[in-house]
Write a protein that binds this ligand. Structure first.
Ligand code: ABU
Length: 366
């Protein structure tokens, strides 16, 4: 029996990873938490239903190519088993008319050491998404005697979990930024809710973004669940749509992290890194002015890279500015075309979930 699951950060040598699949993906109907993510002037407002087949095929082709590149670089790749996502989600507490996708896995699965935990997402349409990964979790469980297979407490997602009419009005960008700065988000604090992609893992320290998908109660839950780790709650006041930390603050190797220059890294967080000799570099500007059609994410997916080891990184093939910067920072860049997969939930970090990286639980902030 071999050790299959181990990962404490996003930069130690990657040996095994999950890559998502776009099959049967659906744009979910409006519900209390999701509309907040869609800008008021977006063509996606009010739109829902199965994503066009040709877009699914193109996304799958790029996901398959990513899997091949990873395998060519010595990484074992596992894939989820998509469900027919075009089915309603019905629980004793709510009903919503459709699920979404099994892209991206990074939102659903959090790997900390030998544990993979399914998250406590605030989107009702994502309530059963974890099922696509359960066959893999079962396989790891059967093959790795140390693997801890965990599900975080499931939120009930009743109406009390959301602020209603939070986004009904046409609020300006300035008002949105004010809300981020005031830590005023669409979720309430009645129960812990979190997306795994809001958690930045750096060995003994977890930096967790408080935003549209993760609330303060989740931070408290993490503190109690991992008493040996230090949990830092972070908030980036320059982000009008704060959802997931991996296009905002992205470590490349111990001591080096790239930072989204528009999202305003809080001084106290900068201080923790600088006091421990980390270099914080403002990320290069994205090569694109707009995300692709039917995409929820921002152009800052440019910095949502997948680090293979301390010297190697996969970045989206058209992100020339980011590639050039990575090169200057001493990284070997592997370009992979991925913009057709962006609408399904993000870029290269989003589209993957760590299973095994070499290395252990280091203390980078002694
Ligand atoms: N899932 C990452 C999205 C981040 C962003 O839209 O900037």
């Amino acid at each position: 029996m071999a050790k299959i699951v181990n990962s404490w950060n996003d930069f130690d040598p990657l040996k095994r990873v999950i890559v998502g699949r776009a099959d049967f993906s659906v744009i979910p109907p409006e519900e209390p938490a999701t509309s907040e993510k869609v800008p008021v002037d977006s063509a996606m407002r009010g739109m829902w239903g199965p994503r066009p087949t040709e877009t699914v095929e193109k996304a799958n082709a790029q996901l398959d190519y990513l899997a091949k590149v990873l395998e060519d670089n010595g990484v074992t790749v596992d894939r989820p088993e998509p469900l027919q996502w075009n089915q309603p989600v019905i629980t004793p507490d709510f009903r919503t008319d459709s699920m979404m996708t099994c892209m991206p896995p990074r939102d659903i699965l959090l790997t900390i050491g030998s544990e993979i935990m399914a998250s406590a997402n605030s989107f009702r349409c994502r309530y059963f998404e974890y099922l696509a990964y359960w066959p893999l979790m079962n396989k790891y469980f059967e093959e790795d005697p140390e693997f801890k297979w965990t599900q975080a407490p499931r939120p009930r997602l009743t109406d009390a979990s959301y602020k209603h009419n939070y986004y009904d009005e046409k609020i300006s960008l300035e008002e949105r930024l004010e809300r981020t700065a005031n830590k005023d988000f669409v979720t309430t604090e009645v129960e812990p809710m979190w997306d795994a992609a809001d958690v930045l893992r750096l060995g003994k320290d977890l930096f967790i973004q408080h935003g549209l998908t993760t609330n303060r109660k989740a931070m408290e839950w993490f503190k109690r669940y991992y008493p040996d780790l230090t949990v830092h709650a972070v908030n980036f006041p320059g982000d009008p749509y704060p959802i997931h930390i991996d296009a905002t603050f992205v470590p490349l190797r111990p001591g080096l992290i790239i930072n989204n220059p528009q999202r305003r890294l809080p001084e106290e967080q900068r201080a923790i890194f600088e006091a421990n000799d980390w270099q914080i570099v403002d990320a290069a500007m994205p090569a694109h002015k707009e995300p692709p059609p039917l995409c929820y994410s921002s152009v800052w997916l440019s910095m949502n890279c997948l680090v293979l080891d301390h010297k190697t990184v996969i970045i989206e093939a058209s992100e020339h500015n980011q590639a050039e910067q990575m090169d200057k920072l001493g990284m070997n860049v592997i370009p992979v075309p991925f913009r057709d997969a962006y609408p399904f939930g993000g870029a290269l970090h989003c589209a993957t979930a760590d299973v095994y990286r070499e290395g252990g639980c280091e203390d980078y902030f002694a």
